[in-house]
Write a protein that binds this ligand. Structure first.
Ligand SMILES: Nc1ncnc2c1ncn2[C@@H]1O[C@H](COP(=O)(O)OP(=O)(O)OP(=O)(O)O)[C@@H](O)[C@H]1O
Ligand SMILES: [Mg+2]
Length: 324
């Protein structure tokens, strides 16, 4: 496992989307020595607190078509990093480039916000209109698009998130998961190269959580959209191509889910909650039962056990009795 952020190459998924892409030779997003410090506030107590930067000298690149999970416990800097990625916050030092454009440049920022869309935990902060389709159309209408093209793009975006049937409904009639899908459709309408999702499942029930992560994965695989997903849940990060772990404003670990989950003690030391299934998997491996380290949910563990059992019954390897 890398102990410093590494350069990762990943082929973008096939896409027939009309998204305009930045030069393929550049990383989509590059952070160069990025430090961010919140402004000191009036009270003496808080001024002391904000002297420590929320992020310190971050160097990392994100490639087109990657699914990256940013993991970290409360206050580690995930949301701060997410908000730097489309220029909502600007680095205090260092620079952040999106497709080669510097977020500090006011003219570039408009383009950067089209390239990098954001969704947050609470979709209600992003829903503006009184009808689903008008909400998705909002960003395009504000850019002066002709009505026919807006309709086309709205249909495309709502179809991609499985909400086409609900285009005439008011958002307040939707479930939390559906409202989060609507927020994603609003971002998709602008044809982004990247979606930054800051704890997008925090307010959802377990089923809607699973559906949300599946949707983000689908957008990555089918449309080649880079997904940067912040979470404190290892189960969600297990589905990423690459995981970065933040602690006290620094990237302390970086690797594939398999690399990251092979050291559960380290993850516990970083104050991450290791799922019971990961601990059970570790015990099973100690007994010689080959379950993968990234099987972190009951379903994935059962699937891994069934696979191991099927393989054992065909090959009769040592340790078969342990599976029965
Ligand atoms: N508006 C703010 N003003 C001052 N300090 C802040 C502000 N927002 C966050 N911080 C501080 O910056 C650090 C990083 O916070 P951030 O919200 O990025 O963490 P996080 O990983 O997203 O946490 P959580 O899991 O709770 O969402 C923390 O020490 C936090 O107290
Ligand atoms: Mg946060």
């Amino acid at each position: 496992m890398e102990h410093l952020p590494e350069q990762h190459t990943h082929q973008a998924g096939a896409s027939n989307h009309t998204r305009s892409r930045v030069a393929a030779s550049l990383p989509l997003i590059a952070l160069e020595d990025v430090t961010f410090r919140y402004p000191a506030v009036a009270s003496r107590h808080e001024r002391t607190a904000s002297q420590r930067p929320a992020l310190e000298k971050i160097n990392v690149t994100f490639q087109r078509g990657e699914y990256i999970a940013l993991l970290g416990h409360n206050g580690s800097g995930k949301s701060t990093l997410a908000r730097l990625l489309n220029g909502l916050y600007l680095p205090t030092a260092g620079r952040l480039l999106v497709g080669g454009l510097d977020t500090r440049h006011p003219v570039a920022r408009r383009r950067i916000r089209e390239l990098v869309g954001m969704i947050f935990s609470d979709p209600d902060n992003q829903i503006i209109a009184t009808l689903v389709e008008d909400d998705v159309a909002w960003g395009l209408a504000a850019r002066g698009w002709p009505l026919a093209r807006i309709r086309e793009r709205v249909t495309e975006a709502l179809t991609a998130v499985g909400m086409e049937q609900m285009r005439g409904r008011p958002p307040y009639e939707l479930s939390g998961g559906q409202r989060q899908r609507l927020a994603i459709a609003g971002v998709l309408a602008l044809a982004p190269d990247c979606i930054v999702a800051d704890e997008p499942t925090a307010l959802l029930d377990p089923q809607a959580r699973g559906e949300m992560v599946a949707l983000l994965q689908q957008l990555c695989q089918r449309q080649g959209i880079t997904i940067i997903h912040t979470t404190h849940l290892l189960e969600e990060a297990a589905l990423a191509d690459r995981i970065l772990i933040l602690d006290a404003g620094q990237i302390v670990l970086s690797g594939t889910p398999t690399e990251i989950f092979s050291d559960l003690e380290r993850l516990q030391a970083l104050r991450l909650v290791v799922p019971q299934m990961a601990l059970l998997g570790e015990r099973l491996r100690a007994l010689g039962i080959p379950v993968p380290v990234n099987a972190l949910t009951p379903e994935s563990l059962i699937a891994a056990l069934e696979q191991a059992r099927g393989a054992a019954s065909q090959q009769e390897p040592p340790g078969r009795e342990a599976l029965q």
